[in-house]
Design a protein around this ligand. Structure first.
Ligand code: ATP
Length: 296
């Protein structure tokens, strides 16, 4: 297959979960989820270049990340090239901005951006459906990261429905330094759900809020069943949430399996004051003020 572009820059957008519900466990052990996803303007940048030395080579601004088959961006390039019989050399450089292991789908989004980018460089051999089918092999969130915007994600995350865009607002991310393993969080959830009444989101009410463009109903319905679980492992989550509320946040929630907490603000000055507050704390390295991302 011949490329139509020798070089390409692809953008990988972070996501937050406006809601995250677990409906049960599937026979294969996966959790069946129902969640409302929202992409953010905060993004990684991936530069793709075709060269004459066969194979995939990778560099990354974050030297703590692997640059081989352990990196989802690298794996996405290998998968696309194998699927479409591409034998050119491909180099990719990942400029990392999305916090790692944060509940913001950074790795999945990088994988999606590589699939999208290579597809453009080779004249779109894959349809959107083909790309999603490749994406789900790399991770359950990859099909959403290909789609972007506001979406309902069901099944293991592969069943997607586009939703009306969330009302414009500002999003402050605060990630504590301590992390927690996603596997551990799901295991702890399974144990906790046996003994505790966990608050579930009213997903249908949130869907109605999105259809009506009702910002107040949206922010008051934010809910993530994993939040109490990760909070037990990372107490900083509660510290951050408690600090955000008096700073004027309209709604505050942990994203994905955490530990990043996000706060939504309709007013930019209030959001900037909250950002300044966190930039003066130990949480400064994990503090980012961004906006919702709405693809055209
Ligand atoms: P999710 O929200 O989908 O659970 P996450 O934001 O919690 O994702 P990632 O940032 O994707 O987590 O990283 C999880 C792990 O994946 C990290 O420990 C990292 O070593 C590995 N990883 C592989 N490729 C990447 C990548 N391109 N960017 C970040 N992490 C990657």
């Amino acid at each position: 297959m011949k490329p139509i572009l020798q070089t390409h820059t692809a953008y990988a957008y972070a996501k937050i979960n406006l809601s995250l519900d677990i409906l049960g466990t599937l026979p294969n052990g996966y959790h069946e989820v129902r969640m409302i996803m929202q992409s953010l303007q905060l993004h990684d940048t991936i530069t793709l270049n075709i060269n004459n030395t066969p194979g995939i080579t990778m560099t990354c601004s974050d030297t703590a990340l692997p640059v081989d088959e352990h990196n989802l961006a690298y794996r996405a390039a290998v998968l696309f090239c194998t699927t479409y019989g591409i034998t050119d050399g491909i180099s990719l450089h990942l400029e990392k901005k999305i916090p790692v292991a944060a509940g913001l789908a950074g790795g999945s989004s990088d994988a999606a951006a590589v699939l999208r980018g290579l597809n453009e460089m080779y004249g779109s051999p894959a349809t959107a459906g083909d790309l999603a089918a490749l994406g789900v092999k790399l991770g359950a969130d990859v099909p959403y990261c290909l789609m972007l915007g506001t979406a309902l994600s069901e099944g293991i995350g592969e069943r997607l429905t586009a939703l009306p865009s969330a009302p414009d607002c500002h999003c402050l991310l605060v990630k504590p330094a301590a992390g927690a393993s996603t596997k551990q969080i799901y295991t702890d959830y399974d144990a906790l759900v046996q003994t505790t009444d966990i608050k579930h989101p009213d997903t249908d009410a949130l869907l109605s809020a999105l259809s009506a463009g009702d910002y107040n109903a949206l922010v008051s319905g934010l809910c993530n069943v994993l939040e109490p679980v990760t909070m037990q492992l990372v107490p900083d989550i509660a510290v951050i949430k408690n600090a955000l509320q008096p700073l004027g946040a309209d709604g505050v929630l942990m994203s994905g399996s955490g530990p990043t907490v996000f706060a939504l603000f309709s007013d930019l000055d209030t959001a900037k004051r909250a950002e300044a507050h966190f930039l003066a704390t130990e949480y400064a390295p994990g503090t980012f003020l961004t906006n919702l991302y709405k693809p055209e």
